[in-house]
Ligand binder design. Structure first.
Ligand SMILES: NC(=O)c1ccc[n+]([C@@H]2O[C@H](COP(=O)([O-])OP(=O)(O)OC[C@H]3O[C@@H](n4cnc5c(N)ncnc54)[C@H](OP(=O)(O)O)[C@@H]3O)[C@@H](O)[C@H]2O)c1
Length: 293
């Protein structure tokens, strides 16, 4: 990295962690169609070298039928071989999902039973190579398990020191309130899908601001796994063309402009895309542009 390429990535506080508002979503590096181990390490190192201080992974970021927890193990390896200030990096992981097959196709299944979450949380700490996970999310509600029982298991992991702070993901306002009741101040973040193609969670984005929680947008660029309505990005493309930046930067900047409590974790298969995304924090959209979007 040359001096010219180095820049300050926008910082925000995620609970007690001073970190970057733009994190690296690790999922594409280890689920199906990843570009291999070496490219994964290279991508994480490139993000960290460019100032990214927020990595997002999960127990379940591995290929269906393959070795489990490869995402967490990749992060551990990348951190071990990185020469930068490791203590500045906030690492978040999630438990409650696992990979499966449905009709021969790779799928995502849930197991929110307390005993499973406790076992998986401890395995996550082991795979990450830490005594205490910075931020541990309950990945997704399990319809077979009362929500409070799953969240109680996350609380137990915090009480036992397996995780420092807790988060929930794919949660409704009602579930956010249940989790607040159980976790109190230890609940710092809600990670929900949010992007120009997915605005159904806008109520939770507003609610988290009201109750003092952080909101982390997953698939902030609309994801890479399913075809999407590309026309939704047209207004972002227009502003990007006028500004001379990628439309992805405009999308991320628009999300970050929703409030100081908002974080984005764009995924990347390769260094180029995350390096571009990290510049979104430099892009201040004008009130006029925000109205157009
Ligand atoms: N909590 C949950 O249930 C949940 C669910 C899904 C995802 N997540 C998290 O959210 C993260 C992000 O979601 P995602 O990976 O599904 O989708 P995403 O971030 O919306 O999109 C990733 C795709 O966008 C491309 N991209 C990223 N930055 C770009 C840039 N600046 N210019 C051009 N292309 C760019 C990547 O390209 P390349 O492929 O070319 O690199 C990749 O194909 C995941 O990695 C994971 O950590 C959480």
């Amino acid at each position: 990295m040359t001096i010219k390429e180095m820049h300050m990535v926008l910082h925000r506080n995620l609970g007690p962690f001073g970190t970057t508002a733009i994190g690296l979503g690790e999922m594409p590096l280890t689920i199906e169609n990843n570009l291999g181990h070496d490219k994964g390490i290279e991508t994480i190192h490139a993000a960290l070298d460019a100032g990214c201080r927020h990595l997002d992974t999960a127990w379940a970021y591995y290929c269906s039928g393959g070795e489990e927890q490869t995402g967490e193990k990749l992060i551990r390896e990348a951190m071990a071989s990185w020469n930068g200030p490791k203590d500045e990096v906030t690492i978040a992981t999630k438990v409650g999902h696992f990979r499966n097959f449905t009709d021969g196709r790779p799928t995502w299944d849930v197991d929110g039973r307390p005993e499973n979450l406790i076992k998986r949380g401890k395995e996550s700490a082991l795979a990450l190579g830490v005594d205490t996970i910075d931020l541990l999310y309950f990945h997704r509600p399990d319809p077979k398990v009362p929500y409070n029982e799953s969240v109680e298991a996350i609380k137990q992991l915090v009480d036992e020191g397996v995780a420092q702070e807790a988060g929930i993901s794919n949660a409704s306002i009602e579930q956010i309130d249940i989790a607040r009741g159980i976790l109190g101040d230890k609940l710092i973040a809600v990670q929900n899908q949010y992007s120009p193609i997915y605005l159904d969670t806008a109520d939770t984005l507003e609610y988290t601001a009201k109750v003092g929680l952080n909101f982390v947008c997953w698939s902030p660029l609309g994801g890479f796994r399913k075809p999407k309505d590309e026309t939704k990005f047209d207004p972002f493309r227009e502003i990007a063309a006028a500004r001379g930046v990628s439309y992805q930067q405009v999308v991320l900047a628009w999300e970050l402009a929703k409030g100081d409590h908002v974080f984005v974790i764009p995924g990347a298969h390769r260094p180029e895309t995350i390096l571009d995304s990290l510049h979104a924090g430099d892009l201040e959209l004008t009130p006029d542009e925000l109205v157009r979007l």
